[in-house]
Design a protein around this ligand. Structure first.
Ligand code: 5AD
Ligand code: SF4
Length: 478
């Protein structure tokens, strides 16, 4: 029998990307094969995100487009999953008559049974049941489905949910209680990926530092050690780390675990101790700065990135100044900055002293402007250095027209792309300056001499011994 077509539209974080790969895998067992053609789809899944208002709006605007499709093709199954589905439940069915299935964040493994019921009886179903604990049957092993296009890098969820209840955040309500997967199944899943060509894994959790604590499994650092022994795997990344739980053991891991990349995403959210308190972050500005100093002490070349919320309720000019001065002091390698938005159930939605949109927007621009300068400064420092890059594929997608114009003539042959261990995007030629051609392929670690710096990427070419001597290279990568 020909397989039925499945179209998945994914919004939101890496965890949703991973969940979508699981959705494809589970539905694959009931005869649905994923492809990118919306018009030929027999089933459409919208995997939603509700972390900020904007993401939720994106989901509903895409869903709006589906009503016409369904009218033309009544047998089409329209399903909504993820955080908005969890949050809104059956309200979605009454608001959107063309929706057949609303499934929550813990219902992915139940999809085959749910879909079979719909196919058979054309009933409309809501399944937003949550379980305290992850069970092994909740996940199936990765295929290349959740890898990047070249199949080199992939995500693996190691825990779900969150127990931290930051006052602005919807995650504890839509993803449920924190629960960790057993290390065995994580390692097995990564091994299966490596067999299919995966060379880099990013371990995902809302707060990886508390991995395994509740269940009495191994610690996160011990999990990293186990993953480190997987033959064929070249790089390990993880996200996200809550600053309050950043342990000395994990700081040491950056020194001791050779495949662990020297990058940490350590969201600060605000530089004001008073705002941090109202956010229920459980660390002060000074605590955070101490953690950063400790990380840089043990691992001087570590890249640190962060999330910032501007315009949290009650954020005064002085509070915002504290955020600015913290950003100036830390000099992040990258920053994601967001304007605060109220979320359902999150306590801050009920706080007084809401900040006007115009002020939030102004503050956001200040943060983004500052970060742009720091990023460029850091990128310029890399010019003339040699970087070790995991080759992710042939691509021009990361180079815009302005950037391409500034790349030296004659070296714009085939462009490749990859990332450094500290997560900088590097685009590069397949030819050294001496005209020496390199046999590049996905998944190898290449030494690239950086010649140009751009706001979002670096550009260079592979090094030959001759080039190294002539350029008087400063070797950056080990
Ligand atoms: N408003 C704005 N930003 C938010 N984030 C989480 N909740 C909100 C909200 N209500 C941001 C935080 C978090 C990132 C994933 O999204 O910075 O770290
Ligand atoms: Fe949300 Fe805070 Fe949990 Fe992160 S740690 S998911 S910001 S509640």
């Amino acid at each position: 029998m020909d397989s039925k077509h499945l179209y998945i539209y994914t919004i939101g974080c890496q965890m949703n990307t991973y969940d979508s790969s699981q959705i494809a895998k589970f539905l694959g067992s009931t005869g649905y094969a994923e492809n990118n053609d919306l018009d030929s789809a027999d089933m459409i899944v919208v995997n939603t995100c509700s972390i900020r208002q904007k993401a939720e709006q994106k989901a509903f605007s895409f869903l709006g487009r589906l009503s016409q499709l369904k009218r033309n093709k009544p047998q089409l199954i329209v399903a909504i999953g993820g955080c908005v589905a969890q949050q809104e439940g059956k309200k979605i069915l009454s608001r959107m008559p063309f929706v057949d299935l609303v499934f929550g964040t813990h219902a992915i493994s139940r999809l085959p049974a749910l879909v079979r019921r719909i196919e058979k009886n054309r009933t409309r179903i809501v399944d937003i049941g949550q379980q305290e604990r992850i069970s092994t049957g909740d996940y199936v092993h990765a295929t290349k489905k959740n890898a990047d296009a070249a199949g080199v890098s992939t995500f693996v969820t190691i825990m779900r949910g969150c127990d931290n209840y930051c006052t602005y955040c919807v995650v504890p309500f839509v993803r449920g209680r924190e629960s960790s997967r057993d290390p065995e199944s994580i390692v097995e899943e990564i091994k299966a990926g490596v067999k299919k060509g995966i060379r880099e894994v990013t371990l995902l959790g809302q707060n990886v530092n508390s991995y395994g604590k509740k269940e009495g499994l191994c610690s996160f650092s011990q999990l990293l050690e186990r993953v480190n022994t997987i033959a064929g795997l070249k790089r390990i990344r993880f996200t996200t780390s809550h600053p309050k739980d950043l342990s000395d053991e994990l700081v040491d891991a950056f020194k001791n675990i050779d495949k662990l990349c020297n990058h940490i995403h350590l969201p600060v959210q605000s530089g004001s101790t008073q705002i941090l308190k109202r956010m229920n972050r459980k660390y002060s500005r000074d605590d955070y700065l101490e953690k950063v100093a400790g990380l840089r002490d043990k691992c001087p070349d570590i890249a640190i990135t962060s999330d910032i919320i501007v315009g949290f309720p009650g954020e005064t000019d002085a509070d915002f100044e504290d955020t600015i001065s913290l950003i100036r002091r830390v000099e992040y390698d990258g920053l994601f900055a967001f304007m605060y938005s109220d979320r359902p159930n999150a306590p801050a939605a009920r706080f007084d002293d809401k900040i006007p949109e115009a002020v939030k927007s102004e503050r956001l621009q200040v943060v983004l402007g500052m970060q742009k300068e720091v990023t460029m400064k850091k990128h310029l420092k890399r010019v003339g250095t040699v970087q070790e890059v995991l080759v992710e594929g042939m691509s021009k997608k990361n180079i815009d027209a302005n950037e391409a114009a500034s790349i030296p003539a004659g070296t714009q042959g085939i462009q490749w792309t990859g990332r450094t261990a500290d997560n900088k995007i590097v685009n590069f030629d397949d030819c050294s300056a001496d005209g020496e051609k390199f046999e590049l392929k996905n998944g190898i670690l290449a030494k690239i001499l950086i010649k140009r710096a751009f706001p979002h990427s670096l550009w260079g070419y592979p090094v030959s011994i001759k080039t190294l001597k002539r350029e008087g290279e400063r070797s950056y990568a080990a």
